[in-house]
Ligand binder design. Structure first.
Ligand SMILES: *[C@@H]1O[C@H](CO)[C@@H](O)[C@H](O)[C@H]1NC(C)=O
Ligand SMILES: *[C@@H]1O[C@H](CO)[C@@H](O)[C@H](O)[C@H]1NC(C)=O
Ligand SMILES: *[C@@H]1O[C@H](CO)[C@@H](O)[C@H](O)[C@H]1NC(C)=O
Ligand SMILES: *[C@@H]1O[C@H](CO)[C@@H](O)[C@H](O)[C@H]1NC(C)=O
Ligand SMILES: *[C@@H]1O[C@H](CO)[C@@H](O)[C@H](O)[C@H]1NC(C)=O
Ligand SMILES: [Zn+2]
Length: 619
């Protein structure tokens, strides 16, 4: 479709046709000269526009600027209803067997009664301050976990029907598993969320118009810590299940709810134990799919994108410890352990990891989707993205252009590093025997913990040798030395590989897409507008890191708009529209309040998703 458009609108004619009306007047001669000039300029521009992809040649800008304005269809901007080979879209999937049930519930969810009930249930959950601290001790030893018992009482009071009808198991005291037995032996599936919230810091208290644990409803917003992350998801899942129970629905496929309670710290006490319990009880790879919290709907100005994450970056904190012989500062060596450590740090910072846009990676898939469907995507990038599907040179240029467009792309396309901690020296007149620093890494989807470790070994070995230090890296002796040693280690033992990438070609992904579209397109507030569903890479980590053994179909998606999350003066992202990226950092902003209307929108999504999975033939 694009080439036809190009023919009609943008290709300059070559001057063959209108010959017959020439008059040899001075006026027409100058007109002819003018036309020849214009045609030549147009042809040169088109040639440059087509073959000139580098941002570094200023001559490329002019034709781009000139032609891009006229040729908006040039590189296949698709309307959201159209399928594409580079970003496959399935149509909305409405329950068929349970069509009537689904429609009845759509009506119920729009009632004022339901809205009030949803506000009440979320408010009640938010009023229990289930804060999770980085330094929490194990459950049973640290009494700060006790608030979770109160949350359990609140949930039971809000959802007596669920507690009566489903089997509830507590794992490691505060982990919650709800088991809803299906009538068939089809593989069960899991919805997850977390019960804990980020502690409220004293100095942020004045940002809160209403107490962070008030759960106050002001007519638009429900206020409080956890409304957005992640009690909103948890309560909306329970509301969907409660409504289905009330209608007498009983599932064909077993549904499991798994709710951890320390996602905001390490996740080990909650999801860590829950995952082990699920693997022991149901077996490895025994679930059809898993849906956790994650990325949202974003309205990029006309087109709405939903961006479930299909992978997460990995993680490694490397501690660099330099030990030298001590001594007195009055007779110092040329380099103390602090001086040596600074050289290692400089080497690390001077050799950042190379970003890479690979056709097999998730960021490439996201880029293709934005290029195909986002009207605000820069035209030259749209064209480049299309070309990059098969053309290696174009892929390289696209990578450079994306990296130049937004610093976020460095994080999306590569392993990042940040020297975040440093320690050393005890006294101004004593040589420091030991100094250390910790480098935080988020590992690219295409890399691994081992590759990162090797990068550091390769980088630091020559320096260790130069200063006659023994290098011990991650448990092995790399080089010997007489002047001391430098040790590389996993700081808190929290190494995490990049997650497996969820397949997006078929089955569960198509079903998730279809359910998102069905919920969105049937929203009373969305006027039947369409949504494009795009796989994305998450640059942070969720509880899903513990669930890899249970299924390869792991999705991270919260059925809310970015604008449903209130963040003080402005809603998150307000005023910062960046069409080139949708890899949002939403999860990292403090959120103060959640839009009440988003409650029923989300419940509608979970309901349709549950019904669709239930009647599907997913293996
Ligand atoms: C869209 O395209 C994909 C792959 O090209 C295909 O698998 C899928 O069935 C198509 N969707 C529709 C609704 O035709
Ligand atoms: C609860 O567990 C019992 C015994 O394992 C089982 O028979 C029953 O179907 C379960 N009920 C639900 C709703 O899952
Ligand atoms: C490393 O070298 C030290 C001292 O030479 C030795 O004690 C230790 O066993 C070695 N470790 C490994 C893993 O080889
Ligand atoms: C839907 O239509 C109504 C009435 O025309 C309008 O006020 C509202 O803004 C529209 N909503 C969206 C999401 O476009
Ligand atoms: C997944 O399985 C591997 C291999 O059996 C095991 O070592 C690992 O602990 C399991 N992961 C979790 C999170 O349970
Ligand atoms: Zn969360």
């Amino acid at each position: 479709m694009a080439p036809a458009h190009l023919d009609v609108v943008c290709r300059p004619t070559n001057g063959k046709t209108p010959r017959k009306h020439w008059h040899e007047s001075g006026w027409s001669r100058s007109l002819l000269t003018f036309r020849v000039l214009m045609y030549s300029l147009a042809i040169i521009s088109l040639v440059l526009y087509t073959f000139c992809d580098s941002a570094f040649f200023p001559i490329c800008y002019l034709p781009r600027f000139w032609l891009a304005g006229h040729c908006n269809g040039l590189a296949e901007l698709l309307s959201p209803g159209v399928n594409s080979t580079t970003c496959p879209q399935w149509t909305a999937l409405h329950p068929t067997k349970y069509r009537g049930l689904s429609e009845d519930l759509d009506v119920a969810y729009n009632s004022e009664d339901f809205k009030q009930r949803a506000i009440q249930a979320l408010g009640d959950a938010v009023r229990v301050p289930t804060e999770s601290y980085d330094d929490n001790g194990p459950v049973g030893e640290d009494s700060r976990w006790d608030t979770f018992a109160e949350l359990h009482r609140v949930l039971e009071a809000s959802f007596p029907r669920i507690y009566k009808s489903l089997n509830v198991t507590k794992v490691n005291t505060y982990g919650l598993i709800f088991h809803w037995q299906g009538s068939t032996s089809a593989k069960p599936y899991i919805l997850t969320a977390h019960q804990d919230v980020v502690p409220v810091e004293e100095q942020t208290i004045e940002e809160w118009k209403h107490d962070p644990y008030s759960g106050y409803y002001d007519g638009t917003w429900i206020w409080g810590r956890g409304t957005c992350d992640d009690k909103g998801d948890l309560i909306r899942q329970l509301l969907a299940i409660d409504s289905l129970l009330k209608q007498g629905f009983s599932p064909a496929r077993t549904l499991i709810l798994s709710y951890g309670f320390d996602e905001e710290s390490k996740g080990i006490e909650g999801a860590g134990h829950l995952a082990r319990y699920l693997e022991e009880t149901y077996g490895r790879d025994s679930f059809a799919l898993l849906l956790d919290e994650g990325d949202l709907y974003t309205d990029t100005g006309g087109i709405v994108f939903a961006t479930p994450s299909t992978s997460e970056k990995g993680y490694l904190d490397v501690k660099i410890t330099v030990s030298t012989l001590g001594g007195h500062s009055s007779v110092p060596p040329s380099h103390t352990s602090i001086g040596l450590l600074s050289r290692f740090i400089a080497a690390v910072e001077d050799n950042p990891h190379q970003a890479s846009l690979s056709r097999r990676g998730t960021p490439f898939a996201t880029t293709q989707c934005l290029a195909a469907y986002d009207p605000a995507y820069p035209e030259d990038l749209r064209k480049l993205a299309r070309k990059a599907v098969a053309d290696d040179a174009a892929l390289k240029v696209l990578q450079e252009r994306l990296l130049a467009s937004d610093p976020l792309y460095k994080a999306v396309l590569g392993t990042t590093q940040a020297v975040d901690l440093i320690e050393g020296g005890v006294k101004v007149n004593a040589l420091p025997e030991r100094a250390n620093a910790v480098v935080n890494h988020r590992i690219a989807e295409h890399s691994s913990v081992a590759e990162l470790q090797q990068h550091m070994i390769d980088l630091l070995t020559p320096l260790a040798t130069k200063y006659d230090l023994a290098l011990v890296a991650f448990g092995s002796n790399v080089t010997r030395g007489g002047a001391g040693e430098v040790v590389l280690s996993d700081f808190l033992g929290t190494a995490l590989e990049p997650s497996p990438v969820t397949p997006t070609g078929y089955g569960p992904w198509a079903l998730l897409q279809g359910s998102i579209k069905a919920a969105f397109e049937s929203s009373p507030t969305r006027n039947s507008s369409k949504v494009v569903v795009v796989p994305s890479l998450s640059i942070g980590n969720t509880d899903t890191q513990f669930y890899w053994n249970l299924t390869k179909h792991i999705f991270r998606f919260s059925p809310s708009f970015d604008t449903d999350r209130f963040n003080g003066e402005h809603t998150v992202n307000e005023g910062k529209r960046c069409s080139v990226t949708l890899f949002s950092l939403l999860m990292q902003f403090p959120k103060l309040a959640f839009r009440a209307d988003s409650m029923n929108e989300g419940v509608r999504f979970y309901t349709k998703f549950i019904l669709n999975v239930d009647e599907s033939d997913l293996p």
